[in-house]
Design a protein around this ligand. Structure first.
Ligand code: GDP
Length: 191
């Protein structure tokens, strides 16, 4: 569709070049079971449904948010769909992604280790100006916590990532996660 208003596509990160409205591809990464699908469902539909799996494959879910400066950001959210098993597909998955959200479960040190593996993969295959977020999910399970907040902060800081703990179950920090990402997106200079 020809739309002069939307401007051109930035081939580096897939963002649409319009000072007011951005459209970005966001990829989710993380161990199976950390809550990626639930985070997306909570953000897009405002609900927590542990039994329903987000539709994946060739499609994605999208959600637009408005920021205080009256700009909008449309997130096109790609779930891994178990692509961790198909290493050869990874570069295709990351291509054009302006945002990567790496999720772990604060009750699972293994998932935190796996998150670090994904960060390294992103550093290899992703665009250098990609906005990267590290998310410690299931923050409602404080009594089972095995990864400290400081561990998350330290790792994120070392790798130039934004860090936040969330709960898809209680909705804690879910909207904040996406708002903080939106604020960090490189914006084209208004003409
Ligand atoms: P995915 O494989 O990473 O997409 O993980 P899912 O979104 O399918 O979630 C895996 C399981 O973790 C489900 O049974 C959810 O009920 C549960 N879960 C997801 N997010 C949370 C959360 O924030 N808190 C708690 N307590 N459970 C969660």
């Amino acid at each position: 569709r020809a739309s002069g208003r939307l401007g051109g596509l930035n081939s580096e990160n897939g963002a649409v070049n319009d000072a007011k409205n951005l459209r970005v591809k966001l990829v989710l990464l993380g161990d199976s079971g950390v809550g990626k699908s639930c985070i997306v469902l909570r953000f897009v539909r405002g609900q927590f449904d542990p039994t329903s799996k987000v539709t994946i494959g060739a499609s994605f879910l999208s959600q637009t948010i408005a920021l205080q400066d009256s700009t909008t950001v449309k997130f096109e959210i790609w779930d891994t769909a178990g692509q961790e098993r198909y290493a050869a597909l990874a570069p295709l998955y990351y291509r054009g992604a302006a945002v990567a959200v790496v999720v772990y479960d604060i009750t699972s040190p293994e998932s935190f280790q796996k998150a670090q593996y994904w960060v390294k993969e992103l550093q290899k295959h992703g665009s250098p100006d990609m906005v990267m977020a590290l998310v410690g999910n299931k923050a409602d399970l404080q009594e089972n916590r095995e990864v400290t907040v400081q561990d998350g902060i330290d790792y994120a800081e070392k790798n130039g990532m934004f860090f936040i703990e969330t709960s898809a179950k209680t909705a804690d920090n879910i909207n904040q996660l996406f708002e903080e990402i939106a604020k960090r997106l490189p914006r084209p200079t208004p003409s």
